[in-house]
Structures are given as structure tokens and as C-alpha cells.
Write a protein that binds this ligand. Sequence first.
Ligand code: URA
Length: 210
Amino acid sequence: MNNASAELKRISDQITTCQQCPLGRMRTKAVAGEGPPDAEIMLIGEGPGYHEDRQGRPFVGQSGKLLEHLLATIGLTREQVFITNVIKCRPPSNRDPLPQEIEACTPYLHRQIDLISPLLIVTLGRFSMAQFFPASARITRIHGQPLRQEGRIIMPMFHPAAALRNPQWQSAMKQDFARIPALLEEARRERAVQDAAEQEPDDMEQLSFF
Ligand code: URA
């Protein structure tokens, strides 16, 4: 196991036994997230629902089916992306996560982001969007409008559960997903330029030997 996989596993083990907020006592299983440690794309939902809580895996219910369908429209499978949530334990009756639950849980999410270092983050729904966008941002206005932040692209989208409730949002989600391949290509180019710039001082030092 390489370093990133080992560290991701450590985070997942910590999540499994976490008691940082009261949801820790209510869960069946915590849902740390899953996917390749070097995934280029990370999808971040809100929190586990009933089925996720039972299985300990993200997006395995109806929302997951829609997500898999949307990924397939751009030639991707769920195994190729890292899928996680803002909070890792299910709130009772699927209520919205409370601010103190989000505060207790997000250090795990940020450690996952740092380790995986995805080129593109897709936020699914308003709680995920709020991790990256100002509190005044409204999903109905900004979905599909990418933001560049810390060397990566953040793409805000509707939550699949919201799109299941409001079928007119499904075509918006499909259009937003259709932009992913080109955005990913852009992010790859930008990361390559950034990596080259970081290399340059060393190259210059080496050249000065000759
Ligand atoms: N909704 C979410 O936000 N996350 C899941 O994992 C499942 C449903």
C-alpha cells in the first residue's frame, strides 16, 4: 500500500470509530467514502441516507443510481472517481446536518481532499457547495459555474436527490455533467503548468553546474 492509500485507510478507520458528535451514537455504519486514492475527480454529497448507513458505502440508494447514470453519460464509472460526503454519519430521519455536526466532521473531508488532491471537485447539493462557496451562493443560480480554487476546479451541482424530486433539474444536471470532460482536460493542463513551475528552480540550480 502506498502512502496515500495507507493514510486514507487511517482516516477511514478513525471515521469508523468517531464520536466527535452525537451522530456517532446513532449510526449503524459510518460512511467514510470510497474510490482510488489518486482519483482525478471527487464527488462530495451531503451525508449518508438510510441505505448508506446500513451498508457503510456512499450513494448506494436511488440518488446513487442517478449519479451512476450521469457518470455513464460521460463515459465514467463510479470506480473511477472518489465519492464521499460532508458528514460521514446519517442524521436521524435524514434531517439536514447541524452546524456543529458539520464542524466536527469536515476535518476528515479536508484531509481526504489534501491526500487525494483531485483536479476536479463536484459538489452535490448546498451543504457540499457551502464548503467552497460563500454563504450567499444559491445552488439554483450557480450550479454548473466552475470556480478555480487552490489549483483545482470546483463544479457546483444539484444534489441527485433534489433532481429526483424535481425532474426538471435532471436535464440541468446532465448538462452540468457534460462539461466535466473539458474541465478535467483544462485542470490537467493547469496542474502540469503548475508542476513545471515548481520544478523550475531545481532545474535552474542543476543547469548552473554546467
Ligand atoms: N445522499 C448523500 O448526500 N450522500 C449519500 O451518500 C447518499 C445520499
